[in-house]
Every structure is written in C-alpha cells, then in structure tokens.
Ligand binder design. Sequence first.
Ligand code: SF4
Length: 420
Amino acid sequence: MEKVWEIQQKRITNISLSLRKKYYSELPDDSCYFDSPHGIDGNMSESIGAWPEFIFRGTFCRRTFKGYCSPCFYSQFPLERKETGDNYIKMVRNQFDYVIDNFEKLVVKRQFGSIQQKELDAPITFVMTPTGSYFDDAEFPQELRIEMLYKLATLSKNYKMGFHLLIECHCKDWNKLDFNSENTKYEIDLLKKLNTRVLFGFESANEYIRNVLYNKNLEMQEFTSAYKEVMDNGLEAGIFIFAGLFSMNDALTYKDVCNSICFALDRNIAPVIMFQNVQQYTITDVLFQAKQINLIEPFTVMEIVLFLITEIEKRGMEYMEWLIADPKGGPPVPEFNIFDCAKITSQENAEKIYDMICELRLTRNRHVFILKAQSLKDTSNYREYQQMLQKCFKYDCLPENTDRLLLSAENIINERGKKI
Ligand code: SF4
C-alpha cells in the first residue's frame, strides 16, 4: 500500500476506534440477552431482498474493535455485557430456533416478491446470519452453524420445498475454514442442500476505496481465493458493493459502483448494492452533522440502479440474483438517509425514486423502472443534477479531499473531547 494511503488508513482506524469507544462509554445499562433475532417483524426495509432477513442479536463483529469498516457500526451493544460460554451458545441457538419454530409465519408467509408469489416452485428465500461474519468461529461456532443448517435442511425436506439461504461473511473467515476436515465437508454439504449463496463484504473493486476509505482490510488476493473456493464447492457467491463514502462525490461514487458491478458480473458473482446512510458514531456522522459533507443524491441512486439493471440485460444475465438493500432501512435504522436530506433532487422526485426502488425490489420489473427513470430524466430538476455532476472533482483529487475531511473530523472530535 502506498505510504500516503497507509497514513490515511491509520487515521481512519483511529477515528473509528475513538468514536466506537465513546459509544461504549455512554451506554445505558440495558440487558444484552436476546431470544429472537432482528427481522422478526417482517419489515422488508430490514432486508436486502423481498423476503425476510434475520440477524442474530447480542453477537459481535470483531472488525468493529479493530477500527475497520468506516461507515459501519452494527455491533452497537455493551462489550462488557456480552454473553459468553454456554450462555452465549444458548442465546444464539434460541434465536435461530425461534425462526425455525415459527417458520411458516416468519418465513414462508413473508415471501413478498412477485416472483415468489406467482411461481409455486420458487424457493423459500431468507437471510439468516450473525451480526458480523457467518464463518467467524468466535461469533458463530461451527458446531452451532451445523446444528442450524441441519434443522433447516430437515425443515426443507418436511415442507417438500426448496430453500434458498443467504449468509453474510468476511472473506478472511471463509478462507480460514479447513476444507479437508469432515466437519467442514458436512457443513458445505448442508449449505448446498439449502442452495446457499455466500455474500462477502467486498465494497469496491478499487483498492484505495476498499482498503483506505472503507477500511475493509481485504486484499484482492484473499477475495479471489474466497469466491473461487465458494464456486469450486458448488455454492453461489455474492458481494456487497457500497455506494457513498465520506470523501467521495456523486460522480466518483457512480463510477466506482458501476466498475464494481461489472467486476462482479464478469465473474458471475451476484452484486448486492448498499447505499450509504448516516449511522451514529461513524466518520460520516461526524462530518455530516458538521455540514462538511452531503450524502449522495437520490438521482445518483437512480442512475446506479439503472446501470445495474441495464448491464444485466445487456449481458443476457437475467438469471443473476442482483439485490438492493433498502436505502432507508436498518438494522439499526439510520439517523439520516439519502432521501431525507437531498440537496438537489427535489423532495417530490426523491420520494418517487425511493418508491421506484421499493417497487423494483418487489417486482424485479426492470422495464417499469427504466420507463419511470426516463420520465424523471426529462425534468429540469434532473438537468440541475447534471450540472452539479460537471462540477464534481476527479479521482486524482480524492486523496487530497480525504486528507482535508480527516483533519476536520479529528478537530471536531478533539474539540468535543475538551468539552467533556
Ligand atoms: S461491514 Fe461487516 S465486517 Fe465490517 S464492521 Fe460491519 S459487520 Fe463487521
């Protein structure tokens, strides 16, 4: 990694760590024992697709405490009150058992998508995964994973229905599996029975954006061996692609996300687009509250989605399971989202774009989205947006802009520290 990049990456790590520590020092004294996961309310805005997503609560993403992943702070609960040992195992087991015991109500009846509702043999699809990384043994031990998969495979047999499970993990944890061990072979066998797609946090194909701005701590080589191993084992792969990092503008974000989408499709990997929002105790939050940055425009969200669906069509890859996370949803529900605080896109158009995305996620009807987008592109508001894009700085100014904003975030945090 270039020296300048390394320095910026360290500064981002330090800022994230200090914000996360502040969060822990201000915590209310709540219990951290949970019997059911996130997602049981069945709200589609909490899922990456038109079906339920269950995230185990009371578990930790170990990257949080290393200062990685600048826009993310999912592990928001008290470190010292984390359940451990048998209690922890029991808590996680209770959570997946809760879903399995109520499967009809929580999963089968919540296949919201038009395809699932029209096609009788459409697989029952859902995400069931811990907070951070599925294959992290500290977070989700292998014996517990096997137990959950076995119960799900038995359920699928009893229902005489195919399941399609999605799980989320860091490449490093998948790469650490011992692929020669009997347990891992059995685990992969169960994953295959459940038609599993392994979704890796990847964020961007660009090295600077992935490992400095996002601070993912993921080398391309690690990613390449991870997705190839997934495919060699007869499973499907997907990657999260992130749109909207703190020092990037709309033009750079669009370009980077489109590159990353092509990177995924070139390798037959499903792209899962995550749009930025403002999560508390993140660099984005500090800079956004200080009015130093804006979130990307809803028109940029529309353009990215347009690129995704037209690229799929152009390549004849209609079979590909592309996904878009709800840009307003949680967990945790963000403090601010792109559609609430647009600077150029009018409130009316922002609402239209959000509705178009909700509809697309439900119906997967690309043509309707393209038609509606076309009519928005004919407005004077869209022309204003295009003028703004012309003024965006280019990629070679990005490190300089990052420096400027990091200094600003450091100063704000130092000032706050003095007032305590
Ligand atoms: S993005 Fe994923 S790996 Fe990174 S801190 Fe968040 S949950 Fe953990």
